[in-house]
Ligand binder design. Sequence first.
Ligand SMILES: C[S@@+](CC[C@H](N)C(=O)[O-])C[C@H]1O[C@@H](n2cnc3c(N)ncnc32)[C@H](O)[C@@H]1O
Length: 341
Amino acid sequence: MRPTEAEQFLTAFADSKARMLVFRMMTGHYAEAILEHHPRAASLDPDNIRDRTRQLCTVFFNEIERIGDQPAALPPLLHRMSRGHDPRPEFWFREFNEAYDHYRHHRKLEVKLNQLIPFLGEGDYADIGCGGGDLVCYLKEHHGKFRSYTGIDVMDWRSEAVREKIDFRVFNFAKPEGIRPGKFHFATSMAVLHHVGSTDASLVYFLSNVRESLHPGGRLLVEEDVILPQEEIAADRHYQDQVKHLIQEQPLYAAYLALDRQQQQHALVLIDLLANSLTVGVPDMDFPFGFRSINQWSDLFHKSGLVHEKIQINGFVKGTFNRSSHVVYLLKKDGDGVASS
Ligand SMILES: C[S@@+](CC[C@H](N)C(=O)[O-])C[C@H]1O[C@@H](n2cnc3c(N)ncnc32)[C@H](O)[C@@H]1O
């Protein structure tokens, strides 16, 4: 994490509306997810789980508050509190770890596959910014309709279980050098773009390189954590219909949408850094917080030669641990029939 990223995080943390919403989300969603995904869920005492989850989140928020205005103190604090720290701190209670590990290797991927099925194509498939590689592995074993399955990431943090099973390449789409990553018919990029850079130019460059790696007519499915300003929702009937439906079953999503543009951006910064560095346990990731609004992303895709075919607002997806304001874009490589280099 760069010093500017730590400063940005502390600015977001100082925004009381964003901070209070993220605290409510983490305590509520984590407790709900433990009670749903624990392998012996029926034996758990719900009140006890809710209390302990609240205590866990209170530790995070109090510790961060104590460092005040000292960005340099943030990275070592996150390392110490991370679930990935060896030894793992004791406040990560046993039921949390059991439920999260079970979820990460099973239910998370089931939920993801159900979301993806209506969009998935065929041919050669790649997951760009595949992280632990679990999605590639799961699609290979449970979907099986692609000809090949490749995970690509700038860092290799695959688990041992995945390592043997999938093709994997270390490749940086923000600085493509050397071998091209191949020509894919279908690619996914889930929760990656906001880790790539904060400027429009850096994102367009990354997306243009991803576009290059697609076959003519190939598709890219992007899932992003997105700002949904009230004026952009009000101007689009499809967005309005989707949001109206979602807030009936996601009460905290309604609270997120009621925040203004900057407060939503702050909430996304807090969710992103806390989820990845603490719960997922990878504090060394880059956090440029390149969050954009739903229409700003559409503009950037267009500038990168990717035409959108579908935009689906999923919000705080029920059944998942780390919920954020998810939107899925199905994009097609512009210029069908034109041979690419
Ligand atoms: C939040 S993680 C998401 C991982 C995975 N897609 C998932 O949904 O669990 C973001 C991933 O993007 C990768 N990434 C960031 N910049 C990248 C780049 N320039 N090229 C390739 N991967 C990149 C990071 O290393 C990280 O694994």
